[in-house]
Write a protein that binds this ligand. Structure first.
Ligand SMILES: NCCC[C@H](NC(=O)CCC(=O)O)C(=O)O
Ligand SMILES: NC(=O)OP(=O)(O)O
Length: 317
């Protein structure tokens, strides 16, 4: 593996999951792989899990890490080509990415969607610029349109807890007071389809995701119908793709409740976290044995470690 920007960088998904499950059994098995290597984690947005699980994954591989919070520590970055830089942005991505890539063997970046201009967000300008100007492999720690490390984690978790070969997985929209990106939902859908699970996506009208993410998944506008016989319910809020970045509904009747979970086949509840209790999902669901949110978060170490292992193995000695 060279870079990890999306599922397109995964050549063999079953092989990657197998690697992950092996690493989970013995997290220190590749302790030598990172020796004398280093990684830079760059955050343009907040994080708890991605920041800490990435450092823990690196630690398990003997890989050193540095963290740069661009928002509070670094210079404001300019991504436009040919622009006259007389505004508030002091440094161009061309220099920044080249310099960071000269210090580190691997560079990981988080840069959320701005939700202002759909074409700009969906062009993945930040990730693509890093890939273009940084000589080191680049890892996506949630970009404007995808969160592949999260989706990989979710796949590992479902593989661990599924009781049938091809589980019914439901991705449900849930209400949220703020406009959130489509990244988590897009990647979850893509990875579930690639794993050939039986995927249903449910949301109010107007919240249709980009076609490439939904592919041949079933789309069901009746949430309760969608939940019927589900093995896994994955809740996430996202803002509208078609009326880009808009909150079209905060309808509390879309919250995941114990009553709705009783429609499932003793289904498990999943969310990437952070989650707004009693807005996205009721306490009774999160606090029950049906919830896998902590197991998912724990698997963030495994997904990052597996991606890093594959990238480090591809580096020249
Ligand atoms: N990394 C996982 C989710 C990150 C982000 N959530 C958030 O911004 C939630 C913020 C809040 O609840 O105020 C998202 O939806 O893409
Ligand atoms: N799920 C996730 O990516 O969490 P953080 O935003 O806290 O990193």
């Amino acid at each position: 593996m060279n870079s990890f920007l999306s599922i397109k960088d995964v050549e063999n998904l079953p092989g990657l999951v197998k690697d992950a499950l092996e690493i989970k059994k013995n997290p220190n098995m590749y302790k030598e792989l990172g020796r004398n290597r280093s990684m830079c984690l760059i955050f343009l947005n907040p994080s708890l899990r991605t920041r800490l699980s990435s450092q823990k994954a690196a630690f398990n591989l003997g890989l050193n890490t540095a963290v740069l919070d661009v928002g509070s520590q670094g210079w404001k970055l300019e991504f436009e080509d040919g622009i006259v830089m007389d505004g508030d942005k002091a440094e161009h991505i061309k220099e920044a990415a080249a310099v960071i890539g000269s210090y580190f063997d691997v560079v990981a970046i988080r840069a959320f969607a701005k939700l202002e201009d759909r074409a700009e967000d969906y062009s993945e300008q930040v990730m693509e610029s890093f890939k273009k100007y940084c000589p080191a492999p680049v890892i996506n720690m949630e970009s404007s349109t995808g969160h592949p490390l999260q989706a990989f984690t979710d796949l590992i978790t479902i593989e661990e807890y599924k009781t049938v070969e091809r589980p019914k997985v439901v991705l449900t929209w849930a209400p949220h007071p703020k406009a959130l990106p489509q990244a988590v939902a897009n990647s979850f859908s893509r990875w579930m389809l690639e794993a050939e699970f039986d995927l249903t996506v449910t949301h109010p009208e107007g919240y249709e995701l980009v076609d490439e993410a939904v592919g041949n998944a079933k789309v069901e506008y009746d949430q309760q119908k969608a939940f019927k016989d589900a093995d896994f319910v994955y809740a996430k809020n996202w803002s509208s793709y078609h009326e880009y970045g808009k909150v079209l509904s905060t309808d509390p009747s879309w919250m995941v409740t114990s009553k709705k979970m009783s429609l499932t086949k003793n289904g498990k509840f999943m969310h990437c976290l952070p989650v707004r209790r009693n807005v996205i999902v009721e306490d009774t669901v999160l606090d029950s044995d049906q919830s896998l949110v902590i197991q998912q978060a724990a698997n963030r170490v495994i997904s990052m470690q597996t991606v890093l292992k594959n990238i480090l193995e591809g580096l020249k000695k």
